[in-house]
Design a protein around this ligand. Structure first.
Ligand SMILES: [Zn+2]
Length: 368
């Protein structure tokens, strides 16, 4: 029997998002139907809205909910379980299994699809590889941002870069993902933790999550400020002062920040240690070019430039850890979720995000 659902559709044509009543199909062997409590609203969906597309789409990739139907081969969750929906396969075993396409039929007869999951809906259907069981008493609303924002930001620091106590970190862009990176840096004992943004209020806000210092890139050169904050007094055998951070995270993906993270990391010391690591976390919105000086610096200082997708997370392994951080206060989800919308307000929500009016992370609450 099909399941009624209210779903947000992104039309192929350049039109506003449409919220419509539809019927979801019954789950195939590995699929799960989830009645959702809340979903995060993230920049990736804005990118999807701005990019050309073939056909209508369904959006969103982080949510909390309760399992209401399972396919014949699903064993990791059962009806009644509290779960998170995420876009990263939950473990290595499921990661390479091919999934059935997700297709939802709209009232006008058109069909809409997604590459993995959709959570901008009060009820969703997804492959079990994207469904992670969590304790029944897990909070239903603010934890919905663990499935993308926390996974991406905290995972980049904890898993991809594996930052250790005492190492220095700079985080460019302190929205939901950047704040999550700051939290993980704080949990592992990084020092200093430098938040870089264009807005003084955002920098102050980041300190609530563990940033030890803020660098306002709109007042003076951010790279100079970072190097001034991280002088070691040492000199490399190439005569270069050793300053800069061990790790710089770009949580934005603009040409300027993709360039800055390479310049923000410290040089290596030949004979002693390799240089710092620039970590690309935000989805690139353009290409980037590096000067000859930057590239020579990368070579002689053994700097590294790496990408981090989904924070290199294994959700089955990592979500319990993030929930523990939330439990003990290190990850203050109540502070991080700064705006709430109903599903009917989705166009307002995306406009607010577009205009930079969302301070931390926005969620859609389906218990309205
Ligand atoms: Zn996302």
């Amino acid at each position: 029997m099909p399941t009624p659902a209210r779903v947000v559709f992104l039309p192929e044509a350049d039109e506003p998002l449409a919220v419509e009543h539809v019927n979801l199909p019954d789950p195939s062997d590995f699929q799960v139907v989830v009645r959702q409590y809340a979903s995060g609203i993230c920049h990736s969906q804005l990118h999807q809205m701005h990019n050309p597309r073939n056909g209508d789409q369904i959006l969103g990739h982080e949510a909390t909910g309760e399992v209401i139907k399972v396919g014949a081969q699903v064993t990791n969750v059962a009806v009644g379980d509290m779960v998170f929906v995420t876009w990263v396969p939950r473990n290595a075993e499921t990661a390479t299994r091919e999934v059935d396409p997700i297709v939802v039929e709209r009232p006008n007869g058109r069909t809409a699809t997604t590459r993995n999951v959709f959570t901008w809906a009060d009820t969703t259907i997804a492959d079990e590889k994207y469904i992670v069981k969590v304790p029944q008493d897990t909070r239903r609303d603010v934890t919905s941002i663990i499935g993308c924002a926390v996974l991406t930001g905290s995972g980049a620091v904890y898993n991809t870069a594996a930052v250790r106590a005492g190492q220095s970190v700079a985080v460019f862009g302190v929205g939901g993902v950047g704040l999550s990176a700051v939290v993980a840096a704080s949990v592992v004992g990084a020092d200093p933790i430098i938040a870089v943004d264009l807005d003084e209020e955002k920098l102050e806000f980041a300190k609530r999550f563990g940033a030890t210092v803020g660098v306002n890139a709109s007042s003076g050169d951010a790279i100079e400020q970072i190097h001034a904050l991280t002088q070691s007094g040492l000199v490399t055998s190439f005569g270069e002062a050793v300053s800069g951070v061990d790790f710089a995270f770009d949580c934005i993906g603009r040409e300027i920040t993709m360039n800055q993270i390479l310049q923000a990391v410290r040089p290596g010391v030949l004979g002693a240690e390799t240089g710092g690591t620039a970590v690309l976390v935000g989805v690139p919105q353009s290409g980037v070019s590096f000067s000859e000086t930057d590239m020579r610096g990368m070579l002689i200082n053994e700097k590294k430039y790496i990408g981090s997708i989904g924070g290199s997370c294994r959700p089955d392994r990592d979500f319990p850890m993030f929930l523990a951080w939330a439990e003990d206060g290190a990850l203050d989800l109540d502070a991080m979720v700064t705006e709430r919308f109903t599903i009917g307000q989705i166009n307002e929500a995306t406009t607010a995000l577009e205009h930079g009016e969302i301070f931390g992370r926005a969620i859609m609450d389906f218990n309205d």
